[in-house]
Structures are given as structure tokens and as C-alpha cells.
Design a protein around this ligand. Structure first.
Ligand SMILES: O=C([O-])CC(=O)C(=O)O
Ligand SMILES: [Mg+2]
Length: 575
């Protein structure tokens, strides 16, 4: 191997050998090779590789298979009791030996998702400065945004396709988290790889540290983010502009998932850039789609249609607004006019029902109910809206634990024998009600789904699985499909197609459920990706023209073939 000095951005290459098998061509050797998480195989380096790559004598004598390494790590993992400690354990593994991390995660998806993702990731966000170990991803802050292009050039990845970027202004249901939001970008991208088939070398978590509104963080000596108030207005937009510009330059094929931006910023950022760089907002669009899918399935379970429901959305942040828009689109597809829909979808914020005579942030206006429709109502608070509007579906996206009280749930139950009650706020402690309570208050009749994982509930001898209506069932497939089709833009119909694909997949394979089991995430994502590609072609935004001539089976086969699998590639040892 030649010993030229290599930029960090160029540390390996994958090529097919004469035998047709892919091999890694490392451009670093010796000890540094063990420090690249994407290249390190630990004791799985073969003897031949150890000799050829300058690793001889640096590793334990035993040569392990990936399977043996997975078993060993799993045994160690099981000795750890605390969820945050487990999260740190897995993150450290990811930063040491990335293939092993994904092999372990893939083998135990259902068990480990709550540790890598919600609810534990919420804790990891809050403790991020304390658990910070190795650097991962890209951090742009008010200190270096003027050098955004140089910062992106320093990222040691040459072909990033999926970026998850957050400004941390509204992480899950827990609000402004400053620099700690990086943990959510990292967690979302782990799902892209384990459930969405995107190789880890194609993913980049981004933290846009524009400051924090939290004085307690700014005053905490241990806090690692920039210690000033958040940028707002033109300064804020100029910051995001510079990020997008530098990203387009360095990664022209990348898609951006906007994550956990608060209210107005979520809409402003989405609309400002969605035609500049293919991008979507996970909380508005991903959550909207996943909830539409679950509500469609729940309606089917009770033998009704979506258009027969009256839906109350509690919470008017990015998630609530996205869900209301998705439900309206679903009703439109079932033939309702906008006027009819106005009497069937009610959105509330912390001040009660949004009515069009109220003053409110700009983005909320399209969610408001005409005041005339509420003529004669006893009140515009949650319980009154449920009673007066005859709500049959309660969707919680408010981050207000317990707001779906016994009185609220019983009110919905008087309108229908089987109310749909979805406390969707994350993490678990922010759920609007507990599934066991909802089932107790409705004699086991409610159909319940949550945002974070909950154990099954047994009521009067019947066990109810609690579907997880989390955008994890949408974004990995949506992003993967968009990458495979090389889309110019992510259109609204592509997002809606993802929702219907998830509903169909569930109905076909899990007819008794609102959502598939989390263990099936990757299968669900593959179906979502196929539907997204089809819709991208229909909408004229797919630039991967070869996909056009494929029939459904061929497209499915292609998506499965492109799905990244955690295996150790052999290294080239002949030079
Ligand atoms: O991360 C999750 O679990 C779902 C989500 O986007 C949110 O709650 O903001
Ligand atoms: Mg989110």
C-alpha cells in the first residue's frame, strides 16, 4: 500500500475483486484503522488481514466471527440494568465498531429500540453534555457557521445521502434542549440504518446550535453548547441558509430530514427549503402519515370509515398540525368536502379550540374551526369540544401528561362504543394517558395506540397489544425510497403514499393491529419505500429513470437488494 498522506475524507474505498466479491480497500493501516468505527472489526480481523494491514500483535489472539462478537456484546449488555447506561453502552459500541453495533441492534430490534430511540433517547438528550464521549456527526454553531463549508469538508464521509438536522427547539415533548438535541439526530439515523436500509456511511447527524432559550443550560458549567439565547428572525434564517448552502455543495445527493423544530420554525424551514433541497419535516409529515395510517386501520377494525369519524387533535405544535392535515387529506380522499371536514376535525392548543376569530400564530390559521360551527357550545375546552363536536377519535400531541383524563375519555366513549384514543406524545412520561387507564375507563372497548412503547394491557381477561404510532414507521422508508429514486423534491403525495402503504402492509400482515410490531420495522419500511418510489415517479420528481420500467415485484426486489446489511466486508490483503 502506498503511504501517501490521506485526507480524513478518503479513508477507504469499496471495490469488487475479480471474483465478483466486494472488498474494502483501506487507505489507512495499522493502529488508526482500529479507530475508524466504519472499518474496525475488532477481533474479527482475520490473521491474513492482521498481517497485511499492520495489525499483528495489536489484537487478542482469538479470531472471532461477527456472530460471536454479537453474542459477547449482548451478554455484556444484559448485565447493565439502567436504560441510560445501556444507551451509553450501545453508543460507545457504535463509535468503536459500527458494523457490530448494527448487527447487535438488528438481532434485538424490539428490545433495543427503546434504548437507542424513544423513550431513553429523551434522557440521552437531556444528559448529552454528561455522556458526551466521541464526536459524531456535524455540529454547526454560531461559533463556526461562517466556516460551514470548511466544517462540512472535515466530515470524513464522501457520499452522504441522508441528513437528520435539528435546531433542538422542540425535542420530542420535552422542549428546548440546546446542543443535546444531537442525540435525537443520531438516534433517528440509527433507525435509518437498522430499519431503513441506508448504510451508516451514507448518514450524517447534524446539530444546528443556534443557542438555547434555557437559562439553566446557559448557566450550567457542564453544558457543551453555545451559551447564548437562540437566534431568531433573519439571523436564524441566515444561519440555516448557510447550512443548506454548504450541504448542497458538499453532498448534492443528500436528503434532509428536519427534526424537532418548534412550531413556526418547523413550517418556515420546511417551506423555505423543500424545493431547494429534497427535504421533509419528520414531526409534521412523518407523524402526520403514521397517525393517518393507524387511524385508518383502527377504523377498519371497528368496521367504519375515516369519513364517519369526528377527530379531536390535542396539541397544535408541529406534530398536531401535521396530524390534522393528514387526517383531513384522508377524509378528502374518502370524498368529503372541505366544508364537511371542517365539522369533523377539531384542533386544540393550550388555550382550547382553535377558532378562526382567535389571534394565533400564522401557521395555526389553517387549522382553525369556523366560529359559527361552535354556536351554542357549552365551552371550547377539551371536554366540551369532545361532547359538543361528538368526537370519536382523540389524538394527543400536546406533551401534556395526563390531559386525557377519565372525564375526557369517558366523554368520547359516550359518542361511540369504540373510541380511538391515541396518547402520542414522547417520551413515555409525556403520554396524554396510560393505555391501562384508557382501557379501564372504556370497559376495554377503546382502540389505543401510543407514540412511545407500552407493554400489552390485559383487561377483563383480554390482552390488548398497544400499537406504537411513532414516525419510525414512516421516515426510514420515506427517506430510503427518496434516496433510491434520487428525488428532486419530496412531495406531499409521496408522504401520503407512505401512510397508505403502512396501512396496507399492516392490514395484510397484521389484520388485528393498528401498527405492525416494532420487530417488523424493516419490513414495513421496505413497503413504504416502494410506495414512495412509485409516487415519486408519478409526481415527476424521480431522477433515477431506470426505476420507471420496473413492475411492483421487481421494485420490491430492488429495494430489498439495496437494503444495507451489517456484515464485515473482507479487506484487500494483496498489496
Ligand atoms: O422521536 C420520536 O419518538 C417521534 C418524534 O419525532 C417526536 O416525538 O418528536
Ligand atoms: Mg421528532
Amino acid at each position: 500500500m502506498s503511504r501517501r498522506t490521506l485526507p480524513l475524507t478518503d479513508h477507504y474505498d469499496v471495490r469488487r475483486g475479480e471474483d465478483g466479491h466486494r472488498r474494502l480497500h483501506p487507505l489507512v493501516r495499522g493502529f488508526p484503522l482500529l479507530r475508524y468505527p466504519l472499518l474496525n472489526k475488532g477481533t474479527a480481523f482475520t490473521e491474513e488481514e492482521r498481517v497485511a494491514l499492520g495489525l499483528d500483535g495489536l489484537l487478542a489472539p482469538q479470531v472471532d466471527s461477527l456472530e460471536a462478537l454479537v453474542d459477547r456484546q449482548y451478554a455484556e449488555y444484559r448485565l447493565i440494568a439502567d436504560p441510560l447506561d445501556r444507551h451509553v453502552f450501545l453508543r460507545n459500541l457504535q463509535d468503536r465498531n459500527e458494523v457490530l453495533f448494527y448487527a447487535l441492534l438488528s438481532a434485538h430490534v424490539e428490545e433495543m429500540l427503546p434504548v437507542v430511540y424513544t423513550p431513553t433517547v429523551g434522557l440521552a438528550v437531556q444528559k448529552f453534555s454528561q455522556i458526551y464521549r466521541y464526536p459524531r456527526g456535524l455540529t454547526l454553531s454560531t461559533r463556526n457557521i461562517d466556516r460551514a463549508a470548511q466544517a462540512l469538508a472535515n466530515v470524513p464521509l464522501n457520499d452522504v445521502r441522508i441528513i437528520v438536522a435539528t435546531d433542538s427547539s422542540a425535542i420530542l415533548g420535552i422542549g428546548d434542549q440546546g446542543f443535546g438535541g444531537m442525540a435525537i439526530s443520531i438516534g433517528k439515523l440509527s433507525l435509518y440504518t437498522v430499519a431503513g436500509g441506508v448504510g451508516p456511511d451514507k448518514t450524517l447527524p447534524v446539530e444546528l446550535d443556534v443557542g438555547t432559550g434555557r437559562a439553566d443550560l446557559r448557566e450550567d458549567p457542564a453544558y457543551l453548547g453555545v451559551k447564548h439565547d437562540r437566534l431568531t428572525g433573519p439571523e436564524y434564517l441566515s444561519f440555516i441558509d448557510r447550512f443548506v448552502e454548504a450541504t448542497l455543495e458538499r453532498y448534492p445527493k443528500a436528503i434532509i430530514q428536519w427534526e424537532d423544530f418548534s412550531k413556526d420554525a418547523a413550517f418556515t424551514v420546511l417551506h423555505r427549503y423543500r424545493r431547494v433541497v429534497p427535504s421533509f419535516n419528520d414531526d409534521i409529515q412523518g407523524t402526520g402519515a403514521v397517525v393517518l395510517a393507524g387511524v385508518l386501520n383502527a377504523c377498519r377494525l371497528k368496521g367504519e370509515a375515516l369519513k364517519d369519524q369526528v377527530v379531536v387533535v390535542h396539541g397544535a405544535g408541529a406534530g398536531g398540525a401535521g396530524v390534522a392535515a393528514a387526517i383531513r387529506e384522508g377524509m378528502r380522499r374518502e370524498g368529503l368536502s372541505d366544508e364537511q371536514i371542517a365539522g369533523r376535525v377539531f384542533v386544540l392548543d393550550s388555550r382550547g379550540l382553535l377558532t378562526d376569530d382567535r389571534s394565533m400564530e400564522h401557521y395555526k390559521k389553517s387549522l382553525a374551526t369556523p366560529r359559527a360551527l361552535t354556536e351554542g357550545w357549552a365551552g371550547l375546552d377539551l371536554e366540551s369540544v369532545i361532547r359538543e363536536g361528538k368526537a370519536t377519535v382523540l389524538l394527543g400531541l400536546s406533551g401534556q401528561a395526563g390531559i386525557f383524563s377519565e372525564a375526557v375519555v369517558r366523554a368520547a366513549h359516550t359518542n361511540t362504543p369504540r373510541p380511538l384514543v391515541f396518547p402520542l406524545s414522547n417520551p413515555t412520561a409525556f403520554a396524554e394517558a396510560l393505555p391501562a387507564d384508557i382501557l379501564a375507563w372504556t370497559d376495554g372497548q377503546a382502540i389505543v395506540a401510543t407514540g412511545s412503547p407500552f407493554d400489552p394491557v390485559t383487561h377483563a381477561g383480554v390482552t390488548h397489544e398497544i400499537g406504537q404510532g411513532n414516525n419510525a414507521f414512516i421516515f426510514p422508508g420515506l427517506g430510503f425510497g427518496a434516496v433510491l429514486a434520487r428525488v428532486r423534491e419530496i412531495t406531499d403525495p409521496m408522504v401520503t403514499a407512505a401512510a397508505y402503504a403502512l396501512a396496507d402492509y399492516t392490514q395484510t400482515n397484521w389484520p388485528e393491529r393498528t401498527y405492525p410490531p416494532v420487530a417488523e420495522l424493516s419490513h414495513a419500511s421496505i413497503h413504504v419505500a416502494v410506495a414512495v418510489i412509485r409516487q415519486a415517479i408519478t409526481d415527476g420528481v424521480a431522477t433515477e429513470f431506470n426505476l420507471r420500467d420496473l413492475n411492483d415485484t421487481e421494485l420490491l426486489t430492488l429495494v430489498k437488494r439495496k437494503f444495507w446489511q451489517p456484515t464485515y466486508l473482507p479487506f484487500r490483503t494483496d498489496s
